[in-house]
Design a protein around this ligand. Structure first.
Ligand SMILES: [Zn+2]
Ligand SMILES: [Zn+2]
Length: 272
């Protein structure tokens, strides 16, 4: 099974989670449409796998009838920025990301290559083939304000949740305790192609083949697990809520070393 086959054997599905939150699964990665369709004031969170740009446009145009305020990136991995240039151009809107992520979004620094020695599954095996080179969003990309504020989206704030990448962020709405987690944790075992295809639900640490800094990733999970979170939409897998979420997150925080960190792998061994 090659990467191409793997990608096309997934699917594109869209689901409205709350009146003002919908998400689209672009084969392997999720995109969030955040905002009220009535007012048309909304932001796009992440942009999915390349080739899904037209699906995102069509859905967004039908749902909101106007461009987003901006595009917000949880981080810059290829499956989250696949359509960012095309969409920002199409809508003529700015892109925001955390300042620590900007080197990877302005062509200055590449992510480390995917690690095929962790996780065991086919997704990990093909990981080195995944693009990890920095893209260059030039004058479209702006750093988020330093204080957790997301411009023009008053109800939302961002939390820096690094580890998976240096400038990874998650988004929280305190009013109803909704978290858009990005890849800080995910709800599918992303290393397993079968689990990805079937979207088997289970809380996991960040995708192992792309996470270079496990100590920091753990710290991010420990901090998230202390927050009251009622509903989480993650970068991969299906949304999770209630006890399943809170217990799963507590367990992940408590057992992070055994549950999330691969026993062996490039980025674990390098530190020793
Ligand atoms: Zn990622
Ligand atoms: Zn991802």
């Amino acid at each position: 099974m090659d990467t191409h086959h793997l990608l096309i054997s997934g699917s594109i599905d869209t689901e409205v989670i709350l009146p003002d939150i919908a998400y689209m699964r672009t084969y392997i990665a999720n995109v969030c449409f955040v905002g009220d369709p009535v007012s048309g004031h909304w932001m796009l969170v992440d942009t999915g796998v390349a080739t899904c740009g037209d699906d995102i446009k069509k859905y967004a145009d039908a749902r909101f009838g106007r461009p987003p305020i901006h595009i917000l990136l949880t981080h810059g991995h290829f499956d989250h920025v696949g359509n960012v240039i095309a969409l920002a151009d199409y809508w003529d809107v700015p892109i925001y990301a955390h300042k620590n992520e900007l080197p990877f979004l302005t062509g200055q620094q590449d992510y480390p290559p995917g690690d095929s020695t962790v996780g065991g599954g086919i997704m990990a095996v093909v990981a080195p083939m995944y693009p990890h080179k920095a893209i260059d969003l030039q004058n479209r990309i702006h750093p988020l304000p330093a204080d957790g504020i997301i411009p023009e989206m008053d109800e939302w704030r961002y939390i820096l949740t690094p580890g998976h990448t240096p400038g990874h962020i998650s988004l929280l709405r305190d009013r109803d305790k909704v978290l858009i987690a990005g890849d800080a944790f995910i709800t599918v075992k992303q290393e397993s192609a079968l689990a990805v295809m079937q979207q088997e639900k289970e809380i996991h640490g960040p995708p192992t083949y792309f996470t270079p800094d496990w100590d920091t990733a753990k710290d991010s999970i420990v901090r998230l697990a202390k927050l009251p979170i009622a509903l989480a939409i993650t970068g991969h897998g299906v949304p999770m809520s209630g006890e399943e979420l809170t217990e799963g997150l507590q367990l992940l925080a408590q057992n992070f070393d055994s549950q999330a960190i691969p026993e062996q792998g490039r980025y674990v061994n390098e530190k020793e």
